[in-house]
Design a protein around this ligand. Structure first.
Ligand code: MG
Length: 396
């Protein structure tokens, strides 16, 4: 259920500023790294697409390097929804400031702005979610960090070890970094030319507290030839599409009706089970969990747990959908077959599809619900129980 506060939060514009101003290391020939190709497209284009494809992004401002306008236009040809490009300056900080000044034409102080390096071509959508979420949770500035895994040493000029550096408390900082627009613009104006490194550094100088959120290995930065090879492998991997199946049976007994795919059908029988015994949604929940290899409904909601006694199976289905979203994925489609002689499913199919689509947060044309009998054979044929099978497809 959406509260008024959630609806208000969701309407806050989220701008992304993509910084492609770097002269960078020359990778893949004589061009700046943001124009190096992976999967036939420049890294900059991959980075821009990652944000254009994110439902929360309301505007996208690209800043190109001095003299790189033509390369930028060619890299982003055909993409819709981009603001006119801004020209960068001598240092990254100058480029970001120019981009923020360009955004100031449309951005309000309370808007969220994400600043992202074009040399990180594959920021996953759940990383973007976390960036936005950190500001919505009250931070003025928030940055993605990953733990330092390798041990650290301080070296002298000859490469000899001076001493070990304690890893605890250190983090690897990535982009997108997230800010309230007004404070970030003010900090950049106040410290123009100070060359403070990243935007968090500028905000730090302005006395702002910087929060952190979990980074993502997929948002790696392309700096070396090895990184570029990794980006090329990533780009050519194709879409990561997974599918899973589910099957469930519940026994029938005397009662006042059955819950099937979120819809109650009054009847002289009921399905017996620990929860509401919605056999269709149980099969579908297992199919979704199967697609992301996340166990089964019993491992998430043990029937021994009293919390799930009589529970609305929407809880189980919504949790499976949430786990998909948490992995940065989305459900492409699902298909449920209910196996019974009675009740007749046809008159209720539309209501079942609508409710299933609502709980999964997908459109109805991605939800199929079918029914079959077993020609009066077996336990479903004898009316002893109802069975259901399902398949779900997920794009990660
Ligand atoms: Mg069940």
């Amino acid at each position: 259920m959406l509260t008024a506060a959630m609806v208000r939060a969701m309407t806050i514009p989220v701008h992304v500023l993509i910084v492609a101003g770097g002269k960078g290391l020359r990778l893949g020939g004589n061009r700046p790294k943001q124009y190096a190709l992976a999967g036939g497209a420049p890294l900059l284009r991959h980075a821009v697409l990652a944000f254009l494809n994110h439902p929360r992004i309301t505007s996208c401002q690209v800043v190109h390097g001095p003299g790189q306008e033509a390369a930028c236009i060619s890299a982003l040809v055909g993409l819709e929804g981009l603001r006119p490009f801004a020209a960068g300056g001598a240092e990254r900080q100058d480029s970001v400031r120019n981009g923020l000044e360009a955004l100031a034409a449309i951005a309000q102080s309370d808007d969220i702005v994400l600043v992202h390096d074009a040399a990180r071509p594959f920021p996953p959508s759940n990383l973007v979610d976390r960036a936005i979420g950190a500001i919505e949770a009250g931070a003025i500035a928030a940055i993605p960090v990953l733990p330092v895994i390798d041990s650290l040493k301080r070296l002298d000029a000859e490469g000899m070890v001076l001493h070990s550096v304690e890893r605890a408390g250190l983090g690897r900082v990535q982009t997108p970094q997230a800010f309230r627009f007004g404070p970030l613009l003010a900090a950049h104006r106040a410290f123009a030319g100070a060359n403070l490194g990243d935007d968090a550094g500028v905000m730090e100088q302005a006395g702002q507290t910087i929060a952190t959120f979990q980074g993502a290995e997929e948002a790696f930065k392309v700096t070396t030839e090895a990184d570029l090879k990794r980006a090329q492998a990533h780009a050519s991997a194709g879409p990561d599409i997974r599918s899973g199946t589910g099957f469930d049976v519940h026994r029938l007994g005397a009662g006042d009706g059955v819950h099937l795919c979120g819809h109650f059908i009054p009847w002289t029988q009921t399905l017996i089970g620990h929860s509401d015994a919605d056999v269709g949604w149980h099969a579908l929940t297992d199919a979704i969990l199967g697609a992301i290899a996340a166990g089964d409904i019993g491992s998430h909601f043990p029937p021994t747990d009293l919390r799930w006694k009589g529970a609305d199976s929407a809880i189980f289905l919504a949790e499976a959908a949430r786990l998909v979203a948490e992995r940065g994925g989305r459900i492409l489609n699902c298909d449920v077959t209910l196996i019974c002689e009675r009740p007749k499913i046809g008159p209720h199919r539309a209501a079942m599809r609508a409710r299933t689509a609502e709980v999964l947060g997908i459109s109805e044309d991605r939800v199929s619900i079918k029914a079959t009998t077993t020609e009066e054979l077996g336990f479903t044929g004898r009316g002893e129980g109802i069975a259901a099978q399902a398949i779900a497809t997920v794009l990660l």
